[in-house]
Structures are given as C-alpha cells and as structure tokens.
Design a protein around this ligand. Structure first.
Ligand code: PAF
Length: 301
C-alpha cells in the first residue's frame, strides 16, 4: 500500500513513524523532489530514534492509495486543491485537523471526485524542534466518510489491518457525531488555555467550571439545531476526562499563540459563533473567545 502524508508537523511525523514499517509511506513537501529527509522521534518512554523519510514526487503521488492530510484546518482546502490533479480519482483522501467547517470550504473551492474521509485522533504529539517530534499521548484513531463517495473499502480495511500495538484505526460511519464531540472539547479547552497561557490541567480548577459549562451548553444547542444530539452531562464528563488525561499538555491553540502562528479558532469557537448566527442564535461565550483569540492574533508583534 502506498501512503502520502501531507504535512510534516507533529501529527504528520507521528503517523509517518507509526505507518512506515507497514506500508510505503512518503511525505509531500512543497517541492516535488524525491529526496530523503531526517528527523528525531521520541517515544512515550523518552527513547530517541533517528528516522528518515522519502519525499513524495509526482510519480509517487499518482500511485497513492491514500493521501493523509495533516495540516491546519485553514490550509486543508488549498492543499486538496493543489494535489487533486496529481492523484488518481480513486485515491482516498483522509483529512486530519481540529475543528469543523473545512468540508464546506472544499465544496466552494474544489470539486474533488475522490472519496474523502475524516480521521479523528486522540493521540498527541509535540514538535520539540523543527526536525524533532515527541509522542506525548496514546489514543485511538477513528475514520469515517464525509462525502458520499465511499471509495475502495478494501484499502481502508487494509489500513485497519495495519493496526499494530502502536497505532489502531477504527471505522465509524457516524463520524459527524464524533466530530461534534471533539469540537465540544476543543471549544472548551483550546481558547481558554491560549488566552490564560496555561496547561490543559489547570482548567480543572473550580474557577473554570462555570465558563466551561456555558461554552459547552452553547455548543450543544447549536449541535441540536444541526440535528446532532449531545448530552450535556456526558459531554462535560468527557471534557473533564480529557483535561485530566492531557493535564501536562499545552493545547495546540496555546502553542500557536505562543509561536505567533495563525490559530484554528475560526474552525472551533468561531464555527459555533457563525453557525449560531445562521440559526439566529447568539452564542456569547464562544463569540467572546473567538474575538479574544482573534485579537491576540491581530496583535502579534
Ligand atoms: O488541540 C489540542 O491541543 C487537542 O485537541 C486537545 C484535546 C485540546 C488536547 O490538548
């Protein structure tokens, strides 16, 4: 099986490390060269391994069974548009990003005929340096279809079969429900940790419980208007568990702000704000977080 990973951020390199012994995996970089690049991988126990990957040239792109896109949500539409003519029509595109709203953008900017799936992961990884990734949390990977084109299920079954102790893929036909569940977590955790410059674990303090409840209630009401039913108690418990399990993590949005990079807030709290407006509903807590993080971004020195 040939797999192309687009994006050499923390998650792209983590998936490379986990899949490359089972399949021919190459990483797509901006140039179309076929060259070798190296990076250091630190596992969950702190052991370092030096790894090498081959970049994907045009010839390899044409043979890809799967293209796994691990870029920020705001880059997905451009990436899909830039690779769609280089891959075969039946190549399965798997998107892995935080937040929601990307699929709507794809419809506007491109019309890929390819089967498109979403991958939700609870694994965690962090870049310690440009060429150094650390695996920081185990988790599961769930994949589900997001367009009507199911594609070659055999390829996806093969991906599930590739699952090892290190990496497991599961199939899920109702991925939208899971996306909403993850969105609720990201709405509650990411902006608050970025604005207050704290690790995820600090959100378990009593001072944050009321605001987390208000943010989550708004997400649940908007989800309901979209035909998705989430239970408030269950969702709040999941958020608490994620905060506990990732207590030493610095959220992706906090890292983006610290490094003066664009954040994914428009696809997280901003998504709730905009969807709420479309339904004629105000979502004051999510709107406030959306504005606060957007202001931080606008004031990067
Ligand atoms: O974006 C993130 O950082 C992660 O999705 C999460 C779950 C908030 C943990 O840090």
């Amino acid at each position: 099986m040939n797999i192309v990973i687009v994006g050499s951020g923390a998650m792209g390199l983590l998936f490379y490390q986990q899949l490359n012994t089972q399949a021919d995996v190459r990483i797509k970089t901006r140039s179309n060269d076929n060259i070798y690049k190296s990076f250091t991988y630190t596992d969950l126990h702190g052991c370092n391994t030096s790894m090498q990957y081959q970049t994907a040239d045009e010839a390899f792109m044409k043979t890809a069974d799967i293209v796994l896109i691990c870029v920020k949500s705001y880059d997905v539409a451009n990436v899909v548009s830039s690779i769609k003519d280089s891959i075969a029509e039946n190549t399965i595109i798997i998107l892995m990003h935080n937040g929601m709203g990307v699929i709507e953008e794809l419809n506007l900017t491109t019309s890929p005929k390819n089967p498109i799936y979403t991958l939700l992961t609870t694994q965690a990884a962090r870049k310690l340096a440009k060429n150094h990734v650390k695996h920081t949390g185990i988790g599961i990977n769930q994949i589900g279809p997001v367009n009507n084109h199911i594609g070659d299920r055999e390829i996806l079954d093969l991906l599930v079969e590739l699952s090892t102790n290190d990496i497991g893929f599961e199939f899920c036909n109702s991925i939208t429900l899971l996306q909403w569940k993850k969105l609720a977590i990201n709405c509650a955790v990411n902006a608050l940790t970025a604005i207050n410059n704290i690790n995820n674990g600090e959100l378990s303090a009593a001072a944050y419980s009321k605001i987390i409840e208000s943010i989550t209630s708004e997400v649940i009401i908007v989800a309901e208007l979209e035909g998705i039913s989430l239970d408030i108690t269950e969702t709040l418990n999941t958020i608490k568990t994620v905060i506990k399990n990732t207590s030493m993590n610095s959220s992706s949005m906090r890292e983006d702000v610290k490094n003066k990079r664009r954040t994914e807030v428009s696809y997280i709290n901003g998504y709730i704000h905009n969807l709420g407006l479309r339904h004629g509903l105000l979502t004051p807590e999510n709107t406030k977080l959306f504005e606060q993080v957007s202001n931080l971004e606008a004031n990067y020195g």
